[in-house]
Design a protein around this ligand. Structure first.
Ligand SMILES: *Cc1c(COP(=O)(O)O)cnc(C)c1O
Length: 360
């Protein structure tokens, strides 16, 4: 058996050590004679999985005491509509920043619940930049200000945290959570699906400041009401136990590897190398404003799009998988999350250079 390098945007590559650990204890979890999938979520064995999951996340992200961590279902997409339903709290307006495909989906969903004020918009540049904060139009009386920290499809990433007075900042960190240190205290809500940087699909993490809890629209399903889930330790209904367990293993792996600091350093090195190789080439290019290039998702196009098919076929043969760009952008995209080793990026760069020599 040989593992290849998987550049998929999500679900995405997992640390090999995590897969091996899951395999090792699959049939007999902790001497129970059962797999972790088969045991009660209320039992002692699973409770320790749940407790470690919560405390490891709090430790890794340095989450302050006045924030609560919820593990929900429905994905980040579910949160697009659950956030307004939980925190509008009688207000009729929310501000959204439109910097790519995911921001746009989030604001479209919110429009069903409130007036959406688009505070900044980079669509006219085909989502290749982030408008300067000085140009943002934020109504500080609105219920919250939403933005997408890393645009997974367009490869655009914020480099710092926008600050606009006391308006709660709500941030979709699905594709870059745990990839660098962040100051959680600047946010009202941070949310993320698990399948990019934290594990397999199936767990939605919502980190929410406690004053924003308890104001949900009464018609909201109780499993999506932050307050009710908080009171029940995210177990108002049966959680996705196996997925919680796997996310827990990924967090343990991150801690063993040196935590957020190590992840951030590695990610800088990996992305730095790949962008440098693209810059040095006359075949490949990346359209994104240099200031806002994503360290997680690196889109690039070939000067001659007729070469795309051959590029992908030959890459696949070299064990470099899932490099095809999103259909809305075209070209290629290499997703290089925490679990992508530097050796994978090196192999990709070697292949790109060889391809340029032979086909460029
Ligand atoms: C993948 C992704 C989503 C959607 O996540 P689901 O878990 O499929 O709902 C939302 N936002 C961003 C930034 C993403 O990368």
């Amino acid at each position: 058996m040989s593992r290849i390098f998987n550049f998929s945007a999500g679900p995405s590559t997992l640390p090999e050590a995590v897969l091996l650990k899951a395999q090792e204890e699959l049939l007999d979890f902790n001497g129970s004679g059962m797999s972790v999938m088969e045991i009660s979520h209320r039992g002692k064995a699973f409770m320790s999985v749940a407790d470690a999951l919560r405390s490891d996340l709090i430790e890794l992200l340095n989450i302050p005491d006045n924030y609560k961590v919820l593990f929900l279902q429905g994905g980040a997409t579910g949160q697009f509509s659950l956030i307004p339903q939980n925190i509008l709290n009688g207000k009729s307006k929310a501000c959204y920043v439109n910097t790519g495909a995911w921001s746009k989906k989030a604001l479209k969903e919110a429009q069903q619940y409130c007036e959406v004020m688009v505070s900044a918009n980079s669509e006219s540049s085909n989502f290749t930049t982030i408008p300067d904060y000085a140009e943002w139009n934020v109504d500080e009386q609105a219920a919250y200000l939403h933005y997408t920290d890393n645009e997974t499809i367009h490869g655009v990433e914020f480099q710092d945290i926008p600050e606009f007075g006391d308006i709660p900042l709500v941030c979709d960190m699905s594709s870059n959570i745990l990839s660098r240190a962040i100051d959680v205290s600047k946010f009202g809500i941070i949310y993320a699906g698990s399948q990019k940087n934290m594990g397999p699909a199936g767990v939605t993490i919502v980190i929410v400041r406690d004053d924003l809890i308890g104001h949900a629209d009464k018609r909201i399903p109780s499993v999506f009401d932050y307050e009710q889930q908080l009171k029940n330790d995210s177990m108002l209904n049966t959680p996705a136990t196996f997925n919680w367990y796997l996310v827990g293993l990924v967090l343990k792996w991150m801690k063993q590897e040196g935590g957020i600091v190590a992840m951030e350093q590695r990610n800088q090195v990996k992305a730095g190398k790949l962008y440098q190789a693209i810059e040095a080439s006359s075949l490949y290019s990346n359209p994104v404003d240099k200031k806002y290039r994503s360290r997680m998702n690196v889109p690039f196009v070939l000067a001659n799009a007729e070469l795309d098919k051959t590029f992908l076929e030959l890459a696949e043969k070299k064990g470099l998988s899932a490099l095809k760009g999103h259909r809305s952008v075209g070209g290629m995209r290499a997703s290089i999350y925490n679990a992508m080793p530097e050796a994978g990026v090196d192999a990709l760069i070697d292949f790109m250079q060889e391809f340029e020599r032979t086909h460029g």
